[in-house]
Design a protein around this ligand. Sequence first.
Ligand code: PLP
Length: 428
Amino acid sequence: MQASAVVRYARIGLWPGYPIKKQDSMMTIDKQAAREDLLSEPGFIHLDNAGAALMPRCVLQAQTDHLRLEASVGGYEAKRLRHDAIEAVYDSIARLINCRRDEVAIVENATVGWMMAFYAIPFQPGDRILTAEAEYASNYLAYLQIARDRGVVVETIPSTASGEVCVESLEAMIDARVRLIAITHVPTNGGLVNPVEEIGAVARAHDILYLVDACQSAGQIALDVDAIQCDLLSATGRKYLRGPRGVGFLYVDSRVLDSLHPPMIDLFSARWIDAGHYELRADARRFENWESNYAAKLGLGCAIDYALAIGLGDIEIEVCRLADSLRAQLAGIPGVGVHDIGKRKCGIVTFSVAGVDSTEVETRLRQLGINVNMTTPSSTLIDATRRELPEMVRSSVHYYNQESDLEALVKAVGEIARAAAPSAVGNR
Ligand SMILES: Cc1ncc(COP(=O)(O)O)c(C=O)c1O
């Protein structure tokens, strides 16, 4: 692909432009430009985008510019000087998920966002929490803690035969005691995409609080909180959004804001009125606290603008195309099991090799310069137990990956599988 085919988007602030959209072909993302915007050494293959994706140059630059400014004028003055750019990050998040800027809190990571929301809910004894079978471990641990402390009941919604949350079963479970429906959009342990919009329709119809963990979907799937009809949604910077580590965000619907008191407050989230009183901030930033990593915030804003300039629709198409191809190729290798389920799948591809520990597979791949990750049963214990999942290798593609990355992974996995079962593969 020619560089001339690249449409350069408007420069924002100090940073280089947002590239990589083609005008003139079916493939709308200019992969070559996307790859030229990576900092990796040639030959390095990154297939751990669900762990932490690769930042584009401008995201790195947004952070280093701010760190340099902090080093030269001090953190407080740097914040004053970049006030407008820092505020614009809230607008970027609002555009990403289609909400108002005052419904956004920028926090340290997805876990902090999710926990601040969850522990703000005034649960009463006997309240029911309905969640997915493939719920993320940290979220489920929080349910168990609240169950222990407040007598709340935690129940998992059965899955359909294809693996996602069964919306009919959810509907049948609703009664007056259901206080919260909490769903992970894309579970950490596979390519499944839960039907968060259909679940949201049930939650809204019954006026039940609805919390979505969009940690693995933000950046690879378009998110629209109006369409999802969620009250709360959390996400992180470093995964599919291609932002920095140590930053994430929480969306809080203004309809429910005043019913939620943050579990911890400080002089930023609340105003101290007198010896006996305080008043919470009127916006979602009541879930933030005073000190913040502004370089990471600016990097997050840059990453979001970058993703929006390409278009989440186009990103999802390319991510799914690559992941479908990878699944099919891996499934064709004797001795390799692909474990992804779900009618709708995304960029995460999980597999195991018969007779070889997944940790060993991961290590061998890393030695070849292929970055993948592991997912263990304890990260989604209920789903893993139900499906008798082993430890799995988690590979995850992004739009900047290319066919040759997949071929390298498939070739290496094929060799590992062949070495483990020479007789089976001899017949291919
Ligand atoms: C589904 C899901 N939710 C939440 C998290 C936690 O995100 P963070 O590490 O940004 O707090 C993860 C991390 O892998 C995840 O996969």
